[in-house]
Ligand binder design. Structure first.
Ligand code: GLY
Length: 575
């Protein structure tokens, strides 16, 4: 392994620019800054703010609002998020937790029926699925701390999108088609998001007067608008009308948390990412630690050998996720151990040798607690999260991932407000070993408790080179967020791809349980066949994985390169 490591370090110098000349698709570029998002109008809103003299923080906040207006199925005021920011002037790193919180009346057994069985529908649709939203507080705190333009100005692009309308794109329409059958249970959501109850045609403009009124109030009065008063009351009333337990006290008592970013090192680069209650940063660093001893550049991008190694690393990380991860205010997450180089090296020894040695993955770790139960499967095309990456010429960088969990969250729109309420309660483990909507399992670390934050996979990440922001990345799509961010990074760092190719390249995913190696359909047949020969239970679903939104700053020229993922209605907007 030592020899391999040396080789990998030698190869590093030639690929670090990440701006390979030979490219399948050219990245967007800009001299002053860059905004990339899986929601196109959000990138445009951020760019507008940069042009007006705002910094990356202003642009991220404006893009966050605009994303929540444009694709309400994926994020918005009724949801939560995580923000990682690097401040160019001071080198400060801010990890802001705007994650939703279980209401005070939540209980560990709230999704169990009389027979003690989990009722998965209850945690996914309707009032009981709703956790206390936090996104608005997070955006406001970020802006208050480090924004430059007035608050009302950064809200303005989103307000305008409500009034002028957002044209429905290809991904947007696909998400509506997927949600349409269950939106009939939520007439207020169907009234706003569909065209007279029908699937709108491409380019149909989604106009949202109720949400515009809400944003105007927020522009004037700030985040208290969702904590008390008529909009807050409407959110509580709608949730309770659908059987939920959210109260005005829950809304009024919501607070963001400032966390300490997870830090790791990979091939001489410093990785900053989100700590618990997200699992994203820990497992990203853990997988990179496992992979560092291997010369991935030599085994080749998306070769069977590389996929084998990386997928095994994914499995080991997700096995740890199921046992050790939860809200750190309630559970002592062993962060230092999980992200240590020594633990990574120990796990790395399990990625080889071939021919493929494999034990059923549910026997890894702790057989006593990790028994196999009904496997879950990831949803066919989850659109309930979005990501925004921003960099500016002052050296600021922001990675913002925001969510309502799955498509249209709980399904509920609070009448008169235009706000779609999340179903983040499903990110808790409703019972030990019971899979959530993403097929993820958990145990006591992620059990439901009042005031607790459900475990997330969101992985807003900033990579430093020589101590300065070099790459910003994140993605939507539940557990595929972590594996998407991982693959974007190794595509640039190990395979020298430019940032557009790195986000667009075919991806794979393994989350330990269910025991499937998922491959996107674009992987060549001989690669699939070889992985199957080695014993991997390969599945090739019809959907694609994640939507990476990434920026790379060329350290020599200072130029920003943006990579927008073609899997969604994404955009990279340089300036
Ligand atoms: N709601 C998806 C996540 O936080 O991972």
């Amino acid at each position: 392994m030592r020899a391999r490591r040396k080789l990998a370090l030698l190869a590093l110098g030639s690929v670090l620019a990440g701006t390979a000349e030979v490219s399948a698709a050219n990245p967007e570029w800009g001299w002053q800054g860059m905004v990339v998002s899986s929601v196109g109008p959000a990138a445009a809103a951020g760019r507008e703010i940069l042009i007006e003299g705002g910094n990356a923080i202003d642009a991220a906040v404006a893009a966050g609002f605009a994303a929540g207006v444009s694709h309400q199925f994926s994020s918005g005021l009724g949801g939560g998020g995580f923000i990682l920011a690097y401040l160019g002037a001071t080198g400060e790193v801010l990890a802001l937790d705007a994650r939703e919180v279980a209401p005070a009346a939540a209980a560990a057994d709230m999704f169990l029926d009389a027979a003690g069985q989990v009722d998965p529908q209850a945690s996914r649709l309707g009032g009981r699925a709703v956790a206390v939203p936090g996104l608005l507080q997070g955006l406001h705190e970020l802006h208050t701390l480090h924004g430059r333009l007035p608050w009302a100005r950064v809200v303005e692009p989103a307000r305008r999108l409500c009034r002028e309308g957002v044209p429905v794109g290809v991904h947007h329409r696909r998400m509506l088609a997927f949600a349409q059958p269950y939106l009939s249970r939520f007439p207020e959501t169907a009234r706003i998001q569909l065209a007279d109850g029908q699937l709108p045609p491409l380019g149909w403009k989604l106009v949202q007067p109720d949400l515009e009124r809400t944003l105007k109030a927020i522009a004037r009065r700030g985040p208290q608008v969702l904590q008390r008063g008529e909009i807050a009351e409407a959110m509580v009333k709608a949730t309770q009308a659908h059987g939920g337990v959210l109260t005005l006290e829950d809304l009024a008592s919501y607070r963001t948390r400032r966390r300490t970013a997870v830090r790791g090192y990979y091939r001489g680069l410093e990785i900053l990412s989100m700590p618990p209650p997200s699992s994203g940063g820990i497992h990203l660093v853990q997988m990179l630690n496992m992979l560092e001893p291997f010369d991935l550049a030599a085994s080749g991008m998306n070769s069977s050998e590389t996929i084998h190694l990386v997928a095994e690393a994914m499995k080991l990380a997700f096995a740890d996720r199921a046992v050790h991860l939860g809200d750190p205010d309630f559970y002592p997450v062993p962060l230092a151990w999980l992200t240590s180089k020594s633990y990574g090296l120990k796990l790395a020894r399990r990625l080889e040798p071939r021919p493929f040695w494999r034990k059923p993955p549910w026997l890894w770790g702790r057989p006593r607690v990790l028994r196999l139960e009904r496997p879950g499967t990831p949803p066919p095309d989850d659109g309930g999260t979005t990501h925004i990456s921003v960099m500016d010429a002052e050296g600021n960088a922001v990675a913002l991932t925001q969510t309502v969990n799955t498509l249209f969250g709980s399904g509920i729109t609070a009448p008169g407000t235009g706000i779609v309420l999340n179903n983040e309660m499903d990110d808790f483990a409703a019972a030990p070993h019971a899979p959530n909507a993403f097929g993820l399992v958990g145990q006591s670390a992620n059990a439901i408790a009042p005031g607790k934050r459900p475990l997330s996979s969101m992985t807003p990440t900033i990579v430093l080179r020589d101590g300065r922001p070099w790459l910003v990345v994140g993605s939507p799509m539940g557990p595929m967020i972590i594996t998407t961010v991982l693959q974007t990074l190794i595509n640039v760092i190990d395979f020298g791809m430019n940032i557009q190719d790195a986000v667009a390249a075919p991806r794979f995913h393994h989350q330990w349980r269910p025991d499937h190696l998922l491959l996107e359909p674009e992987h060549p047949q001989d690669v699939v066949a070889r992985l199957e020969d080695w014993g991997h239970p390969v599945r090739v679903p019809e959907f694609h994985f994640g939507a990476s939104a990434a920026i790379l700053r060329d350290p020599e020229t200072g130029l920003f390169w943006g990579g927008a993922d073609p899997r969604r209605d994404s955009a990279a907007a340089g300036y």
